[in-house]
Design a protein around this ligand. Structure first.
Ligand code: ADE
Ligand code: ZN
Length: 319
């Protein structure tokens, strides 16, 4: 669906399509343990978040230069624009690159080459959100924030992603406090595989303004009531939930019930190269499989702009 929308939950590394992965591997002399793109696609059968993350981090080996990050972001922005995305708030995972010897400047300067001209080239405004890997230490997150300080003019906020269970939000209290002190906005993945308590903790301890996923809030009626009352945006990713088995089937996804309950839901693609669809494809899927009508779809699109980190005048222009 090409209804104008903002995408608020998108990992740029998760937009690495098999074709681009092989092209970058060839250019950079990186050997991939897959014969070709078909063999690689065969590996896209995930049991859970962990099995996906293994492949997600493995394929990042092909991303080495500024030009690689620029091409990755430019390809995403072109596809997103074609599906009606007018504004994209883009996550990136610097620790996964720093650990491979790729510097913060290479990542951010490369991404910025595409993001900085995206309004002209694609008609898509952008924000950059730096995520901390929650299965790494709190010290590593603090060091990452420190390494990002020369680039803060290009970073709108911080997030928290990677393997959720066993890594509660409170582990990152200090770095989120420091980020807030630097004027950065805050979001966190919570309630994707982890329990509803992680959603509460992300709000109360990390001070986040949006919850990424938040799916498992439905298990706790008091939490749902709070999220409705406080108008906390949830950045849901229906096709991701199916591929990572957070739900059994798309038809069984709780999105319609969540909207009926008054939750401020948005629909996003998460890691579209891996999960079978970009933002518009996710909108199509919830329309076709969950039977959401035009009013609900408009509500989802409107929510995406309301929940975006846009200034008021920018929000009006993009709608
Ligand atoms: N990193 C990339 N995609 C993710 C997801 N869906 N959950 C947690 N971390 C991620
Ligand atoms: Zn995500």
């Amino acid at each position: 669906m090409s209804v104008p929308k903002a995408e608020l939950h998108l990992h740029i590394e998760g937009t690495l399509e098999p074709g681009l992965a092989f092209a970058l591997a060839a250019r950079n002399g990186v050997e991939l343990p897959y014969a070709d793109t078909d063999a690689l696609r065969e590996a896209y059968r995930f049991q859970d978040l962990g099995s996906f993350l293994n492949l997600y981090y493995e394929l990042m080996a092909v991303l080495r230069t500024e030009r690689d990050f620029e091409e990755l972001a430019d390809a995403y922005l072109a596809r997103a624009a074609a599906q009606g995305v007018r504004h994209a708030e883009i996550f990136f995972d610097p620790q996964a690159h720093l650990a491979r010897g790729v510097g913060m400047g290479t990542v951010i300067d490369g991404l910025w080459r595409a993001l900085g001209r995206s309004e002209e080239t694609h008609g898509v405004s952008t924000r950059l959100i730096m995520c901390f890997l929650r299965d790494e230490s709190a010290e590593s997150a603090l060091a990452t924030l420190d390494a990002a300080k020369p680039y803060l003019d290009r970073i709108t906020g911080v997030g928290l992603d990677s393997a959720e269970v066993g890594h509660p939000p409170a582990k990152f209290r200090e770095v989120f406090e420091a980020a807030a002190g630097l004027g950065l906005r805050r979001v966190a993945h919570a309630g994707e595989e982890g329990p509803p308590e992680y959603i509460t903790e992300a709000l109360d301890v990390l001070g986040v303004e949006r919850i990424d996923h938040g799916l498992r809030c439905v298990e706790d009626p008091a939490l749902v009531e709070r999220l409705v009352r406080e108008r906390v945006p949830l950045t849901l990713c229906p096709l991701s939930n199916v591929r990572l088995r957070a739900v059994d089937t798309l038809a069984g996804h709780p999105l319609p019930a969540m909207l009926d309950a008054g939750l401020m839901c948005t629909v996003n693609s998460d890691d579209p190269a891996y999960f079978g669809g970009y933002a518009g494809d996710n909108f199509d899927a919830v329309r076709d499989v969950l039977g959401l009508g035009p009013e609900r779809l408009r509500e989802l699109a409107r929510n995406s702009f309301l929940a975006a980190f846009l200034d008021d005048d920018e929000e009006l222009r993009s709608r």
